[in-house]
Design a protein around this ligand. Structure first.
Ligand code: ATP
Ligand code: MG
Length: 570
C-alpha cells in the first residue's frame, strides 16, 4: 500500500475528550472517529486491525468445533419476555418499534435468539453437541460509555453458544472454549490472564474472564506467581489464617468515650485492628441484617450480594440506631439476637479469639468477646475483599495485584435459557430434556483498544506483529531514495509481507512522527547515509532497537523477524 493513496488522518492535537492512552492514540492515529457517544466509525487502519483479530478468532472458533452463523441484530420482544429479561435488562437495552407498534430491541447479546433458533431446529441428542457462533455488532446503551471503543454503545462481539445433552458435555464445551481463548490471546500477541470471575447470584456456575493486562484496566486481578490461581477481585479469596491459640478471657466492658471508628478504638485501647470485629448493617428486603468482618478487612459487597440474592443496601448507622434502638458507633454482635437480627459473618471471624467490639451501649466497647460463648452467627461465608499480600487460597504464597481489561468472558449457563424458552431435545430414552448451555463472548473491537493500552509509549502505538495493520513501513528520507524504496516495497510484497510505503512528499521529520504514532512493527528507513554503504536503517517499534541491514538481506531479515514475533499457540 502506498501512503499517498491510503487514508490515515493523523492528528497533532490530543483530543480533549479522550482520557486514556488507547482512546487518544486511536483518534490521533486516524483509526476512529466519533459519531455519537459510544458510537464510532472505524477508518481503514483500524479496519485492518479488526480483520486480523477476526481472522484469528474465526480460525480458533472453527478449530474448537464452532460453526459460524449470523443472526438478526433486531430481535423481537416476545422471546425476551419469555426469559423475563425484557424487564430485567433495563435501560442498557436499545428498544424500538416497527410500523405496527410491535416491540423490538437491538441485540445486546443473543441467548434468547439462539436458543429459540435451536429449539425449533434441533430435536435429538444425536445432533449434539452444537457450538454456534457469530461475529457482529452488539448494542448496549451503557450508562457511561467511555474510553472510546473500550466501552462503547455499539461494538463488535464474537459470541458462541454451546448446546449439550448433559453436564459432561457442557464441561467439554467449556474446556474447548477455555483452550480456544487461550490460543486466541496468545496468537494475538497480548499479555493476558484467565481469571475466575464472579458469575452473579443467578447462574452461580463457573465463569472465567480473559484479561489483557494493562495498568489502566477497569478490573483488578489478584494472582499467584507460584500456582495458576488468578481471580477478579470481585471473586478472589485468600487462605484463612489459623485460629488464634489463646485461652478465653473474661468479657469486660470498657469506657471508650467518643471512640467510634476502628482506628480510634484500636488506638485508644492499644490493640491491633485485627483484634476488632466490625459490625455493619444491611437492609435486605424489609429486614436488617448484621454483617461481621474483621477490623482490618474490607467487606466485598459482590460476595455479600450473591449471598442475599435479592436487592440490598447498606443501612446508615443513624437508621439502624433508630430502628433497633442502638447507639451510633457502638454496635456489636453481643445481645443482637434479642433484637431478632440475623447475623452473617466472614469466615475469618471464626479464627478470632478475645476480640473487641461495640457494647451496644453509648461510649462503651467490650473486650475479650468470644464466638459461641458470647454471641453466635447464623451464616458464615467468605465476605472479605481479598488484597495483594494475602496468602493464595491454593498454595499460601502472597497474592499479587494487577489491572486488566476484560476482553473475553466464558460462562456455564446450564438450563437457564433452555428451560425458560422450553428448548428441549429427546435423549436416548426418548425423554424430553432442556439443552445444557454455555455462552462465550469476545470483545473484538475492545481488543483493539486493549492491545494499544498494553503497548504504547509517548510517541504512539507499538503494535504486536499479529495484529499490526501493516507489518513493515518503508520510509524514504527524500525523493532521491524513492526508487530504491520502491524496489524494496516490491520485493517485500512479492514475499507476502504487508507493507506501507511512505511515498508522501513530506519532510522526513513528519514521516518519522507519523511512523511512531501509527506503530508499524518494523520501520525501514531508506536514507542517503545508509544507501552510500548499501544499507537500510531499521527500527523495531516495540523495543526501540535500531539495526542496519544490507539491501540484499532486507527480505530475508523481515521474514525472519515476522516469524520470530508471531507467537504460536500450544
Ligand atoms: P463489562 O463488565 O465490561 O460491562 P460484560 O460482562 O457486560 O462486560 P459480556 O456481556 O460478557 O460483557 O460481553 C462479552 C465481551 O464483550 C466482554 O468480555 C467485553 O470484551 C465485550 N464488551 C462488553 N461490553 C462492551 C462495551 N460496552 N464495549 C466494548 N466491548 C464490550
Ligand atoms: Mg456490561
Amino acid at each position: 500500500m502506498r501512503y499517498s493513496q491510503y487514508y490515515i488522518p493523523t492528528l497533532r492535537e490530543i483530543p480533549a475528550e479522550a482520557e486514556i492512552d488507547s482512546h487518544k492514540l486511536m483518534l490521533r492515529a486516524g483509526m476512529i472517529r466519533k459519531a455519537a457517544a459510544g458510537m464510532y466509525s472505524f477508518l481503514p487502519l483500524a479496519y485492518r486491525v479488526l480483520q486480523k483479530i477476526t481472522k484469528i478468532v474465526e480460525e480458533e472458533m472453527d478449530r474448537a468445533g464452532g460453526l459460524q452463523v449470523l443472526l438478526p441484530i433486531v430481535q423481537p420482544a416476545d422471546i425476551w419476555h419469555q426469559t423475563g429479561r425484557w424487564d430485567v435488562y433495563g435501560d442498557e437495552m436499545f428498544r424500538l418499534q416497527d410500523r405496527h407498534k410491535r416491540d423490538f430491541c437491538l441485540g445486546p447479546t443473543h441467548e434468547e435468539m439462539i436458543t429459540t433458533l435451536v429449539k425449533n431446529e434441533v430435536r435429538s441428542y444425536r445432533e449434539l453437541p452444537l457450538r454456534l457462533y457469530q461475529i457482529q455488532n452488539k448494542y448496549r446503551d451503557e450508562i457511561r460509555p467511555r474510553y472510546g471503543v473500550m466501552r462503547a454503545r455499539e461494538f463488535i462481539m464474537k459470541d458462541l453458544y454451546s448446546f449439550d445433552r448433559d453436564e459432561e458435555g457442557l464441561n467439554r464445551s467449556y474446556e474447548a472454549m477455555y483452550e480456544a481463548y487461550t490460543r486466541i490471546f496468545t496468537r494475538l500477541g497480548l499479555k493476558f490472564r484467565a481469571v475466575e470471575a464472579d458469575s452473579g447470584a443467578i447462574g452461580g456456575d463457573v465463569s472465567h474472564e480473559f484479561m489483557v493486562l494493562a495498568p489502566s484496566g477497569e478490573s483488578v486481578i489478584l494472582y499467584c506467581e507460584e500456582c495458576a490461581y488468578a481471580a477478579n477481585n470481585e471473586k478472589a479469596s485468600a487462605a484463612l489464617p489459623v485460629k488464634v491459640e489463646e485461652a478465653f478471657l473474661p468479657i469486660e466492658q470498657v469506657h471508650t468515650p467518643e471512640q467510634t471508628t476502628v482506628p480510634a478504638v484500636t488506638a485508644y485501647l492499644g490493640v491491633e485492628p485485627s483484634k476488632l470485629v466490625k459490625t455493619l448493617f444491611y437492609q435486605v428486603g424489609e429486614e436488617l441484617v448484621a454483617v461481621l468482618v474483621r477490623g482490618d478487612d474490607e467487606l466485598n459487597e459482590i460476595k455479600l450480594g450473591n449471598l442475599f440474592n435479592q436487592p440490598y443496601r447498606l443501612a446508615p448507622p443513624e437508621e439502624v440506631a433508630e430502628r433497633l434502638d442502638l447507639p451510633v458507633g457502638y454496635v456489636g454482635p453481643v445481645g443482637l439476637r434479642e433484637k431478632e437480627v440475623k447475623i452473617i459473618a466472614d469466615l475469618r471471624i471464626k479464627t478470632m479469639v478475645n476480640v473487641v467490639c461495640g457494647a451496644n451501649r453509648r461510649d462503651y466497647h467490650l473486650r475479650n468477646v468470644n464466638l459461641e460463648r458470647d454471641f453466635s452467627v447464623d451464616t458464615f461465608a467468605d465476605l472479605r475483599l481479598a488484597k495483594a499480600g494475602d496468602p493464595c487460597p491454593h498454595c499460601q504464597q502472597p497474592l499479587q495485584e494487577t489491572r486488566g481489561v476484560e476482553v473475553g468472558h466464558i460462562f456455564k449457563l446450564g438450563t437457564k435459557y433452555s428451560s425458560a424458552l422450553r428448548a428441549h431435545f429427546r435423549d436416548e430414552q426418548g425423554e424430553e430434556k432442556p439443552f445444557i448451555m454455555g455462552c462465550y463472548g469476545i470483545g473484538v473491537s475492545r481488543i483493539v483498544a486493549a492491545a494499544i493500552e498494553q503497548n504504547n509509549d509517548q510517541d504512539g502505538i507499538k503494535w504486536p506483529v499479529p495484529i499490526a495493520p501493516f507489518q513493515v513501513l518503508i520510509l524514504p528520507i527524500n525523493s532521491e531514495q524513492l526508487a530504491t524504496a520502491e524496489e524494496i516495497y516490491q520485493q517485500l510484497r512479492a514475499a507476502g509481507v504487508e507493507v506501507l510505503l511512505d511515498d508522501r512528499e513530506e519532510r522526513a521529520g513528519v514521516k518519522f512522527k507519523d511512523a511512531d504514532l501509527i506503530g508499524i512493527p518494523l520501520r525501514i528507513t531508506v536514507g542517503p547515509k545508509g544507501l552510500a554503504q548499501g544499507e537500510v536503517e531499521v527500527k523495531v517499534r516495540m523495543t526501540g532497537e535500531e539495526l542496519r541491514w544490507p539491501l540484499a538481506e532486507v527480505t530475508s531479515q523481515v521474514l525472519a523477524f515476522l516469524q520470530e514475533n508471531t507467537p504460536e499457540a500450544k
